[in-house]
Design a protein around this ligand. Structure first.
Ligand code: GLN
Length: 448
């Protein structure tokens, strides 16, 4: 009840939620009390949370912040939602986001933007901006976001909270509405590194219903928190300190690296020579997969259906898709259709896939020398609302440091490491080898 009051007190200014589920929350809270009375309570039992509106929740609207799915209520829940429910989650509602998770500011939501609780003029980042803003505004204890090119880490950084993108395959994607299937991964956005470990413990693990989920045992993440950084080798890639980065970000990140060194880590320079192509590769591969995945929204199978009088099938598709999708989603579908079309496939999609392999090899070589990689999360602190809405290229650049991690399928984490003079938070990014989330948690906990 106290959390529902907190949500009511903050929502008018922050607008972190698309849908609130107070009745469900109270029902789940009563159930959590029962679990506790029966001695079945775990660390998340009865803890109020929010879930990004791209994750299916049975009986609760799942809109992906799109007019296309405004009236869509899924008949099943995502595997990770079911796991959280089994652990006793109290769901307060569904968090706002960029439409279909495409964007970096949560301004692409069909239901209006979210504000950054640190400065209401600023964006919270995106696409999991509702989730990060809600954790920062304390209108939930933890949130589940998704990250295709930075959408957990960048908003966590802009909102001064912790965001963990697990290894591709670590958390089931069943019930995560697909944007780019080879990149999408869900993970926790939390107040602390320890909370991230607790949530990851529940949502991680093999799901036989997701063919890309990894059949690997889940380690004890709480134990990893106690490992510290002494003797760990941390690599600082020179390609991530580029011209155009806000000097306040560079200073805060360099200071954080010095702190980690002071805690006993061995810091050394490394190189990821193909990292500079991440943006180009991502903005071919992600739209290509998006154009294919979003073909399912045709006015027949899901959500919105617009059938003008006397319209034939093609006219129905066109009317539904032109009115159902926002500008950015349409831009991505067009880009993706272009790079996959006969005659361009080899020049764009295939070439991008080849460079993606080179990038994966860069990381593999780097992880022979170091245990984790440390970089900034974003080149600037949170920008003002409206500042980049007319300039998609500028918006895309805000993910320049986060994209490579998804292209290589690696785990990554965003940690608060300081503030700009404006009072807006700055984040530090950690990346580790596949399935080495424990290393991220160990370093994060020591730093925090
Ligand atoms: N901002 C990036 C994009 O627009 C990443 C989004 C995401 O991670 N979902 O594609």
């Amino acid at each position: 009840k106290a959390m529902l009051e907190r949500v009511a007190a903050t929502e008018e200014r922050v607008h972190a939620y698309i849908t609130l589920t107070p009745e469900l929350a109270l029902e789940q809270a009563a159930n959590a009390d029962k679990m506790r009375a029966q001695g079945q309570a775990g660390p998340l039992t009865g803890v109020p949370a929010g879930v990004k509106d791209v994750l299916c929740t049975r009986g609760v609207a799942t809109t992906c912040a799109s007019r296309m799915l405004q009236n869509f209520t899924p008949p099943y829940s995502a595997t990770l939602v079911r796991k959280l429910e089994a652990a006793g989650m109290v769901m307060l509602g569904k968090h706002n986001m960029d439409e279909f998770a495409m964007g970096s500011s949560t301004e692409n939501s069909a239901f209006g933007p979210t504000s950054n609780p640190w400065d209401l003029r600023a964006v919270p980042g995106g696409s999991s901006g509702g989730s990060a803003a809600s954790v920062a505004a304390r209108s939930c204890f933890y949130a589940i976001g998704t990250d295709t090119g930075g959408s957990i880490r960048q908003p966590a950084s802009h909102c001064g909270v912790v965001g963990l993108k697990p290894t591709y395959g670590r958390v089931s994607r069943l019930g995560l509405v697909a944007f780019a299937s080879s990149l999408d991964q869900a993970g926790p956005i939390t107040r602390s590194v320890a909370d991230a470990a607790t949530v990851l413990q529940v949502i991680a693990g093999h799901d036989p219903a997701d063919s890309t989920s990894a059949p690997r045992p889940v380690p004890d993440y709480a134990a990893a928190l106690r490992r510290g950084v002494k003797g760990l080798r941390l690599g600082v890639p020179k390609e991530y300190f580029v011209a155009g980065m806000d000097p306040q970000v560079e200073d805060a990140v360099r200071a954080a690296i010095a702190t980690l060194e002071g805690l006993g880590a061995q810091v050394r320079p490394i190189s990821l020579p193909h990292a500079e192509y991440s943006l180009a590769v991502y903005y071919i591969i992600a739209p290509a997969e998006c154009s294919s995945n979003l073909a399912r929204y045709d006015g027949v199978k899901y959500g919105l259906s617009i059938r003008p009088e006397g319209a034939d099938l093609l006219e129905m598709y066109t009317a539904t898709r032109s009115q159902g999708f926002g500008k950015e989603v349409i831009r991505r579908i067009m880009l993706g259709t272009y790079v996959l079309s006969a005659g361009y496939y080899d020049a764009y999609y295939n070439k991008a896939s080849q460079v993606r392999t080179l990038l994966i090899e860069d990381f593999a070589a780097a992880f022979k020398e170091v245990d984790a990689i440390v970089t900034p999360v974003a080149p600037t602190p949170a920008f003002d609302k409206g500042q980049m809405t007319d300039d998609p290229m500028q918006m895309y650049l805000s993910d320049i440091f986060t994209l490579s991690c998804n292209l290589a399928g690696l785990p990554g984490m965003s940690l608060p490491c300081g503030f700009a003079q404006s009072g807006r938070p700055i984040g530090l990014q950690l990346m580790a080898p596949h399935f080495a989330e424990e290393t991220l948690l160990a370093v994060g906990q020591a730093f925090q």
